[in-house]
Design a protein around this ligand. Structure first.
Ligand SMILES: NC(=O)c1ccc[n+]([C@@H]2O[C@H](COP(=O)([O-])OP(=O)(O)OC[C@H]3O[C@@H](n4cnc5c(N)ncnc54)[C@H](O)[C@@H]3O)[C@@H](O)[C@H]2O)c1
Length: 355
């Protein structure tokens, strides 16, 4: 029988910690996986105590997932290289702006036949245009990478409220192994082959959520928000058809949890919608609102919007009526422009974070 696979979770924010509950449980009860799951924690002090120490003694991530007990076989490790060494499966679950630096730190220090699974929602913009986060990982580490995206607000997953998710994997055997690791009674996994489309959906829905937040902040009703969601979905499909040219882009993928379901949940419940609503209501800066409202968690929508804007601009696709169309209300457009201006002021900072 094959040796049990060692699993490492690279990241321990809100989603990383919710995933640690699932993976710890499954690894603890399946002979396919080593029962110890390492979780890399970006070390910080919480009330004067190291977060890793709190997690390893109290089995709770009191900062990013308070009120949820993590399985005792999940071990927090502050040293990134130590956490990933010897792992057969690496789950990447950090805000996308940190992925390049993390990969650079572990390059050459991981098993060469390790499998990656990216749960990161976002895109990068390289010299040739769009770059998926899975591509960044694949290129920097030379490993095979699948993705997991879906209508999965972390706190609800941690509460074991039923939900679905989508794994995108071009390799059937890898997809099946990752499904064994991730699926529980409450967290149902579907595996599809169009991994790039799954990932694009996960990134772009955060931009639409920002639009939904503007709608709420400007006092538009549910009908308007439904229109924003519908237009957003159309643009996600158009974007995927343009940029996922290496394989098919089928409508069915947008009907999986990673597509329409994630879009709906994010436009009603997610942090990007919440902060965008506050932005439209108060006009205060995104940094201020992120700091005040999210307790260390990171916003993804505005940074992804800025990256996608640059990608479309470089391809001369902004003014051809295909993207960011003028069908949307003008107040909403003003908010978007204001946010873009702020993001442009911050673009230096973003590019420093990205590279
Ligand atoms: N939270 C959700 O509901 C949810 C659901 C699905 C997917 N996601 C995606 O998962 C990814 C991770 O999000 P999250 O919610 O777990 O994170 P988070 O926003 O809750 O937490 C931020 C994390 O970043 C870490 N961090 C801060 N500075 C860092 C640095 N310089 N380098 C590395 N790490 C640093 C913090 O320690 C913390 O663990 C994102 O791409 C997000 O879009 C989140």
């Amino acid at each position: 029988m094959a040796a049990p696979k060692k699993v490492c979770i690279v990241g321990s924010g809100n989603w990383g910690s919710a995933i640690a509950k699932i993976v710890g449980l499954n690894a603890g009860r399946s002979s396919k996986f080593d029962s110890t799951v390492k979780m890399w924690v970006f070390e910080e002090l919480v009330d004067g105590q190291k977060l890793t120490e709190i997690i390893n003694t109290e089995h709770e991530n009191v900062k990013y997932l308070p009120g949820h007990r993590l399985p005792e076989n999940v071990v927090a490790v502050a040293d990134l290289v130590e956490a990933v060494s010897g792992a057969d499966i690496l789950l990447f679950v950090i805000p996308h702006q940190f992925i390049s630096r993390v990969c650079d730190t572990i390059r050459g220090k991981i098993k060469q036949d390790a499998l990656g699974l990216s749960l990161i929602k976002g895109v990068d913009e390289g010299p040739d245009g769009l770059k998926l986060i899975s591509e960044v990982i694949r290129e920097k580490l030379g490993i095979s990478v699948s993705v997991l995206m879906g209508a999965n607000i972390a706190n609800e997953v941690a509460d074991e409220k039923f939900c679905e998710t989508t794994i995108g994997s071009k390799d059937k055997a890898q997809g099946a192994l990752l499904k064994d690791l991730m699926q529980t009674e409450h967290f149902r996994v579907t595996v599809v082959e169009e991994a790039d489309v799954v990932e694009i959906c996960g990134a772009l829905k955060n931009i639409v959520a920002v639009g939904a937040g503007f709608c709420d902040g400007l006092g538009f009703g549910d009908n308007t928000k439904a229109a924003v969601i519908r237009l957003g979905l159309m643009e996600m499909i158009a974007f995927a058809r343009l940029f996922c040219s290496a394989g098919p882009v089928s409508s069915e993928t947008f009907l999986e949890s990673c597509g329409v379901a994630d879009l709906i949940t994010t436009c009603y419940g997610g942090r990007n919608r919440r902060v965008a609503e506050a932005f439209a209501k108060t006009g205060r800066s995104l940094e201020e609102l992120e700091k005040e409202m999210l307790n260390g968690q990171k916003l993804q929508g505005p940074a992804t919007a800025a990256e996608v804007h640059i990608i479309l601009k470089n391809k001369n696709l902004l003014d051809n009526g295909r993207f960011l169309t003028l069908r949307i209300p003008s107040h909403w457009m003003q908010c978007l422009m204001m946010m873009m201006m702020m993001m442009q002021c911050n673009s230096k900072l973003i590019s420093q974070q990205l590279h």
